[in-house]
Design a protein around this ligand. Structure first.
Ligand code: EPU
Length: 415
């Protein structure tokens, strides 16, 4: 990749307000979904992150016109061509696999290279593929490419063995033009799925039940254009809330939906973090003695796996012994090694991390091994004495819109 680093001189108290951007994990589903439309789709509050650049490149490969205007993205799929997606951008993010469901739905065939993204341990896609097969598709894998084809897609009942976000989204998109009714049972309930369903329904789809564990999709013949505003990013919001709990005097995190963050807010309350929760904001006050906690990640509305890594940095400052069990990605603990280099007392094993605190952190050179590891190291760098250099910052830019500018506006010393 590149040698981009973020350098943080720690110890500054943060103050002010930070506005949260549109949700990354919604955006990366909404953009591929536009290929289902026969008319222009405008999406608003699109975050400035490199995952959006990679998906835009893939749309252009498909001869879809993409225009960025401030925080809007205008996508015109009227001249689309269904070509093999083998551009290197496919390997930059995992969500490029949403083109499978979208192109299969629209053209009944798709050929795409294996997607990439953060390494969080094994990340199989068997549930996506089983879903496509249940709809009547044939899946072949050869030499790094998936070839998925169908004479016709037929609505059916699909039970997901695990409430997978990606499988729910991919099957929803593939089923939009299937004949009859598709039911996804044990569907994932994440807010990003509701957001996708709401955009597809504006385009003319017939999807009911998103946000519950049973989603029905009644096939239609055609989807048109629409205007859609993305929901705020609950993981970016959670990251800044945790950061404020670690380093703020007083920081307001605005443009959020606090209900999407309930499990985090309750956990922070249990730790002793003082917060005022508004309609679309949370104000966090620093200077509290933090208590250790037990955390277990679960599918939404449980505690988000994406926030356990940032939370670990905060828990190094809590009094006592904390434990985080990640039931979604039992190997998502690479950040712990990096935090240990900074002086944290952490042990990892059996799908859990055990953190003993409080420990002072010392700035040093660490590596963002994945996106949320990067977020964890940013928080640790802000807490640490001296200078922290975070290597491989490109991971962080995949998911955090203008992070350096946002941090500086709160008074952090970052370059
Ligand atoms: N799984 C399977 N088979 C499948 C699909 C998933 O076994 O076919 C397993 C996975 O291995 C994992 C679990 O199910 O253990 C959860 O996977 P899921 O499919 O729900 O996750 P995902 O769609 O790959 C999305 C987010 C992740 C987030 C997870 C869990 C996007 C693009 N990614 O991944 O976000 O951690 O849901 O909430 O929406 C991030 O933003 O940093 C990130 C990694």
């Amino acid at each position: 990749m590149n040698n981009d680093s973020i350098i943080i001189r720690g110890g500054k108290k943060l103050n002010g307000e930070v506005r949260i951007s549109g949700s990354k994990n919604a955006t990366v589903a909404l953009i591929p979904a536009t290929v289902l439309a026969t008319n222009v789709v405008t999406i608003c509050d699109v975050p400035e992150i490199s995952d959006v650049d990679a998906l835009s490149t893939l749309l252009e490969e498909l001869n879809v016109k993409v225009t960025r205007r401030q925080d809007h993205i205008v996508i015109d799929p009227t001249e689309i061509r269904n070509v093999t997606l083998d551009h290197e951008a496919v390997s930059k993010l995992r969500a490029s696999y949403y083109f499978m469901g979208a192109l299969l739905g629209r053209y009944k065939q798709v050929k795409i290279k294996m997607s990439g993204g953060c390494y969080l341990g094994p990340r199989p896609i068997d549930l996506h593929l089983k879903g496509f097969e249940s709809l009547g598709a044939k899946v072949d894998y050869d030499d790094g490419y998936y070839m998925i084809t169908a004479e016709e897609l037929k609505g059916t009942n699909i039970y997901l063995d695990f409430a997978s976000v990606g499988a729910t989204i991919n099957i929803m998109m593939a089923a939009c033009f299937a004949k009859g009714r598709t039911t996804i049972e044990n569907a994932a309930k994440e807010p990003e799925i509701i957001d996708l369903s709401s955009m597809l329904n504006k385009m003319g789809a017939q999807i009911r039940g998103a946000g519950t564990n049973e989603i029905t999709i009644d096939g239609v013949d055609k989807l048109g254009g629409c205007f859609h505003e993305i929901i705020p990013d609950r993981i970016e919001a959670g990251t800044y809330i945790i950061m404020a709990a670690a380093c703020a005097e007083k920081v307001k995190i605005s443009n959020i939906i606090p209900q999407h963050l309930e499990s985090l807010l309750l956990k922070l309350d249990e730790m002793g973090v003082r917060m005022d929760i508004g309609i679309d904001s949370v104000t966090v006050y620093g200077g509290n003695e933090l208590q250790s906690v037990e955390v277990k990640t679960l599918p939404y509305p449980g505690f988000a796996t994406d926030l356990q890594q940032p939370l670990t940095a905060l828990l190094t400052q809590a009094v006592g012994f904390s434990r985080i069990k990640d039931t979604i990605y039992p190997e998502r603990f690479k950040h712990c090694h990096e935090l240990s280099l900074m002086g944290a007392d952490i042990e990892v094993g059996g799908g859990s991390s055990s953190i003993t605190g409080p420990t002072p952190l010392e700035g040093c050179t660490v590596t963002a091994t994945d996106l949320r590891c990067g977020a964890s190291l940013v928080i640790a760098g802000l807490l640490a004495n001296g200078t922290t250099t975070i290597k491989d910052a490109y991971h962080i830019y995949r998911g955090y819109d203008n992070i350096k500018e946002k941090l500086r506006s709160l008074g952090a010393d970052v370059e």
